[in-house]
Ligand binder design. Structure first.
Ligand SMILES: Nc1nc2c(ncn2[C@@H]2O[C@H](COP(=O)(O)OP(=O)(O)OP(=O)(O)O)[C@@H](O)[C@H]2O)c(=O)[nH]1
Ligand SMILES: [Mg+2]
Length: 430
C-alpha cells in the first residue's frame, strides 16, 4: 500500500477548504469540518484550519500568491509537516505547492483513499483500493516525497524526508515498477471477480425480500441496524466506521420476514477511482429489493448529503431502485425550517431516531407498504411437462399453497411484480 505512510500518520497538519463565491463561506466551513473528521480518521493531528476565499485559481499553485505566502509562513512557524486540501489539484499544482511549503501536500482524494486502505476488509475491496491508490500515484511520481524504495523502507534509512535532487532516472524506474504493479493487481482483480461471479450465480436466491440501508457516512446506518435487529455492528462518530456489509433478519409488524443490510457510507466528491471499490462492497445492497436511504436530518448539509448519495447511487446503477427516505437523528433537529425543506424535497419519507428508538412503527408500516407494491399474489396452473417452470416460480416467489389436480400442480404464490408477467400463460383466476 502506498499511503498513508507511517510518517504521514504522525504528522501535524494544516487543513484548508476553499470557496469561490463570497457567500459560500458557511458551506465551506462545513466542508472543512468534514475534512477535519476525515483527516483525524486518517490519523493526523490538526494544528490549523481555514476556509479560504479564492477569487480566482492560480494555475501554477491553485492558491493565490498572497495567500500562499501567508500559509507558508504559518507552516514554518507552527512546525506543521502536512498540508491537506479539500479540493483536488493537478499533479503539477501539488508539486509546486510542496516546493513552496517544503512539506507534503495531500488532497481529499488521497485522504479518502488512505482511510479506505486502512479499513477495507475483503480481499477484493483491498485490491480495488490498492489499484485506485497506485493509479492516482502514477502521474504524481515526480513529487518529492513519493520515491518508492524509501516508502518501502528499503531505501537505506536515515536522511530527512526531503529528497532533493532525485534523478529523473529513478522516477522512470519507479514509474515502471508502479505500472507493473498496476497490471498485476488488475489481473488479480479479474481473478477474484470471476470467482465471485460464479459464487453469485450459484448462490440460491433468497426468497426473503431484502432492504439495504444506504446513506451518507455517519448518518446512523449501523445504529439503525443494531437497534432493529440487535446486531452488534461497530458504531462510531467518525467517518467510514463501516466498510463491510452486514446482513440481519428482521420481522416486520405483519410477520413478514425481511433481510436488512448495513453498508458503507457515501461521501461527497467520492474519488472516481474509488467507485469501483465501492461497487464491489455495495453489490449486496445493490441487489436489494428496496433501499432505505438514511439521512442525518440534523446535519447542516443534510440536503447536500442526500443529493450526493442519490447521485452516487445513480452512478452505481441503482437510480431506479424503489426507496424510502428515512430522516434520522430527529431527536437533535434544531432547525424546523431546514427540516421542512428536506420534507418537501423528499416527499416519500419517514422520521426516526435510531438512537432513541423512535418512529420505528412508522418505518415498519412504510416498509410493509413498499414491499406490497413490489409483490403480488397469483395462482398458476402448471402441467407436469413444464415441471421446470414450477420450480422456477417456487424459487423466485414465496409459496403460499401447493395443490395437485390430475397431472397439474397448482401454485399459490406471492412474487415480485417485475417477474410475474413472464408466467401469464400459466396464470389462473381464483
Ligand atoms: N442524536 C442521534 N445520534 C445518532 C442517531 N443515530 C446515530 N447517531 C450517532 O451518529 C454517529 C454515527 O452512527 P453510525 O451508526 O456509526 O453511522 P453510519 O451511518 O453507520 O456511519 P458509517 O459507517 O461511518 O458510514 C454515532 O455517534 C451514533 O451514535 C440518532 O438517531 N440520534
Ligand atoms: Mg456504519
Amino acid at each position: 500500500m502506498i499511503f498513508p505512510t507511517q510518517e504521514e500518520r504522525l504528522s501535524t497538519a494544516l487543513i484548508l477548504s476553499f470557496y469561490h463565491q463570497s457567500n459560500h463561506k458557511p458551506i465551506s466551513l462545513e466542508h472543512l469540518e468534514e475534512l477535519e473528521l476525515l483527516s483525524e480518521t486518517f490519523g493526523v493531528e490538526i494544528k490549523a484550519k481555514e476556509a479560504v476565499y479564492l477569487r480566482e485559481i492560480n494555475s501554477a499553485t491553485y492558491i493565490s500568491t498572497g495567500k500562499l505566502e501567508e500559509f507558508v509562513e504559518r507552516v514554518k512557524n507552527e512546525k506543521i509537516d502536512l498540508v491537506i486540501l479539500d479540493d483536488e489539484v493537478t499533479p503539477a499544482q501539488q508539486r509546486n505547492l510542496e516546493t513552496a511549503f517544503k512539506c507534503r501536500v495531500l488532497d481529499r482524494t488521497e485522504i479518502i483513499l488512505g482511510v479506505f486502505a486502512e479499513r477495507a476488509r475483503t480481499r477484493e475491496a483491498r485490491l480495488q483500493i490498492e489499484l485506485a491508490s497506485k493509479t492516482y500515484q502514477l502521474p504524481r511520481l515526480t513529487r518529492l516525497w513519493t520515491h518508492l524504495s524509501r516508502q518501502r523502507g528499503t531505501g537505506g534509512g536515515g536522511g530527512g524526508a526531503y529528497l532533493k535532487g532525485e534523478g529523473e532516472k529513478q522516477i522512470e524506474i519507479d514509474r515502471r515498477i508502479l505500472k507493473d504493479e498496476i497490471t498485476k493487481i488488475r489481473r488479480e482483480i479479474d481473478d477474484v471477480t470471476a470467482i465471485r461471479e460464479v459464487q453469485r450465480r450459484d448462490r440460491k436466491r433468497s426468497h426473503i425480500p431484502t432492504f439495504a440501508i444506504v446513506g451518507y457516512t455517519n448518518a446512523g446506518k449501523s445504529t439503525l441496524l443494531n437497534a432493529l435487529t440487535g446486531a452488534d455492528v461497530f458504531v462510531e462518530d467518525k467517518l467510514f466506521a463501516t466498510l463491510d456489509t452486514t446482513t440481519r433478519r428482521l420481522t416486520l409488524g405483519n410477520q413478514q420476514e425481511i433481510l436488512l443490510v448495513d453498508t458503507v457510507g457515501f461521501i461527497r466528491k467520492l474519488p472516481h477511482l474509488l467507485v469501483a471499490a465501492f461497487k464491489s462492497t455495495l453489490e449486496e445492497s445493490l441487489e436489494a429489493d428496496i433501499l432505505l436511504h438514511l439521512v442525518d436530518a440534523s446535519h447542516p448539509l443534510a440536503e447536500e448529503q442526500a443529493n450526493t448519495t442519490e447521485s452516487v447511487l445513480e452512478e452505481l446503477g441503482a437510480g431506479e431502485k424503489p426507496r424510502i427516505f428515512v430522516f434520522n437523528k430527529i431527536d437533535k433537529c434544531e432547525d424546523p425550517k431546514k427540516l421542512q425543506k428536506l420534507k418537501i424535497e423528499f416527499p416519500k419519507h419517514v422520521m426516526i431516531s435510531a438512537l432513541q428508538r423512535e418512529g420505528f412503527d412508522d418505518l415498519f408500516s412504510f416498509m410493509e407498504q413498499e414491499l406490497k407494491s413490489l409483490r403480488e399474489q397469483g395462482t398458476f396452473r402448471i402441467p407436469q411437462s413444464d415441471f421446470k417452470i414450477a420450480s422456477e416460480l417456487m424459487r423466485i416467489g414465496t409459496l403460499l399453497k401447493k395443490e395437485y389436480e390430475e397431472n397439474d400442480v397448482i401454485l399459490h404464490l406471492e412474487l415480485p411484480r417485475s417477474a410475474s408477467g413472464r408466467y401469464d400463460n400459466y396464470r389462473v383466476e381464483e
